[in-house]
Ligand binder design. Structure first.
Ligand SMILES: C[S@@+](CC[C@H](N)C(=O)[O-])C[C@H]1O[C@@H](n2cnc3c(N)ncnc32)[C@H](O)[C@@H]1O
Length: 268
C-alpha cells in the first residue's frame, strides 16, 4: 500500500469532517458545472469520509451509480446506488472505459506514483467521460492577519515543517500547479482549471483542520528542525483565535475529458 502520510494518524474522523466542510462547496459547484446528473456512472477515488460519493449518489439517482474507493474505506457509506470498494489506485486494477465521471480530491498530491494512478483513472473513463481533480498548492499557506507578529513567525516555521514532512512522505506540495499539465499529458481534451484561496480564521473549519494536522504529525514536525514544541503550542492557540487569519492553500480544480473517439491517445 502507498505511503499516505495521514494513513495511520489519530483524529482522522475529525480531519475528514473539517476537510469536507472546507472543500465540498468548491467540489460540488465544479461537478455541477461538468453536468453530473441522472444516469451517470461515477467513480470517486480515495473517498475518505464519503461526502462526495454520497452527494454524487443523490445527483445521479436510481438510474445512475457511484463506486467509491479507498485503501482505508472505513469512513465510506455503502447503500442505494453507492458501492464501496477497498482499492489502492496505485496498484489495483480498475475497469476500463466504464465511468462518465472519475473524481479524486487530495489523493494524487500525496502519492509518489501519482502519474501512474492518473493514467489508470483516465483509462477508467468512457470515451467522452470527465475527470475532475481537486488539489492543493501547499506553498501558499500564509498569515493574513494577526495581532502578534511573533505568532506569524511561529506559524511560518510550522508551515515549513509541514511541507517538509509531506515531501519526505513523497507528496508533491505544488501538485495543484502541476496537475493541469499532467491531465493534458494523460491525453485528455477540453482541459480546464480554476483556483481559489479563502481566509481561514482561527476557530473555523480550515484552522481546525490545520490544528488537527499539527497533532497528527507532531513527532514528524518536531524532527524536521525549524519548529519547536513551543511553536506548536502557540500555533494551536492562534488557530483558535478569530483575530488570527491564514490564507488557505491555493485550491485547484482541474478537469479534462476523454476524447469521444475512444481515447487512443490516453497514456498507459
Ligand atoms: C486527504 S484524504 C482526501 C479524502 C477525500 N477525497 C476528501 O477530499 O474528502 C486522502 C484519501 O486518500 C486515501 N488514499 C491514500 N492513498 C490511497 C491510494 N493509494 N489509493 C486509494 N486511496 C488512497 C486516504 O486513505 C484518504 O482517505
Amino acid at each position: 500500500m502507498s505511503d499516505y502520510v495521514f494513513g495511520g494518524a489519530d483524529l482522522v474522523g475529525e480531519q475528514r469532517e473539517a476537510m469536507q466542510r472546507c472543500l465540498d462547496p468548491i467540489t460540488f459547484a465544479r461537478l455541477e458545472a461538468l453536468g453530473v446528473g441522472p444516469g451517470w456512472r461515477c467513480l470517486d477515488v480515495g473517498g475518505g469520509g464519503g461526502s462526495v460519493a454520497d452527494w454524487l449518489g443523490r445527483q445521479v439517482g436510481n438510474t445512475g451509480s457511484v463506486v467509491v474507493t479507498d485503501t482505508v474505506p472505513d469512513g465510506l457509506h455503502a447503500g442505494g446506488n453507492v458501492e464501496v470498494r477497498r482499492h489502492d489506485i496505485v496498484t489495483d486494477d480498475l475497469p476500463e472505459a466504464e465511468f462518465d465521471l472519475v473524481h479524486a480530491r487530495l489523493v494524487l498530491l500525496h502519492l509518489p506514483e501519482r502519474r501512474r494512478a492518473l493514467a489508470r483513472m483516465v483509462r477508467a473513463l468512457k470515451p467522452g467521460g470527465w475527470l475532475l481533480l481537486g488539489e492543493f498548492d501547499c506553498t501558499t499557506l500564509q498569515v493574513l492577519a494577526t495581532n502578534d507578529p511573533d505568532t506569524g513567525a511561529a506559524f511560518a516555521r510550522f508551515h515549513r515543517a509541514l511541507c517538509a514532512v509531506l515531501e519526505q512522505a513523497g507528496a508533491d506540495i505544488e501538485w495543484g500547479v502541476h496537475a493541469y499539465q499532467a491531465v493534458r499529458d494523460a491525453g485528455l481534451v477540453e482541459v480546464g482549471s480554476v483556483a481559489r484561496a479563502d481566509p481561514w480564521p482561527g476557530g473555523g473549519d480550515g484552522a481546525r483542520w490545520l490544528e488537527i494536522n499539527s497533532r497528527q504529525l507532531e513527532d514528524q514536525l518536531l524532527r524536521t528542525g525549524p519548529v519547536t514544541a513551543g511553536d506548536l503550542d502557540e500555533v494551536r492557540s492562534s488557530l483558535r483565535d478569530p483575530d488570527f487569519v491564514v490564507n488557505s492553500y491555493l485550491t485547484f480544480s482541474v478537469w479534462g475529458r476523454r476524447p469521444d473517439d475512444g481515447g487512443g491517445q490516453v497514456t498507459r
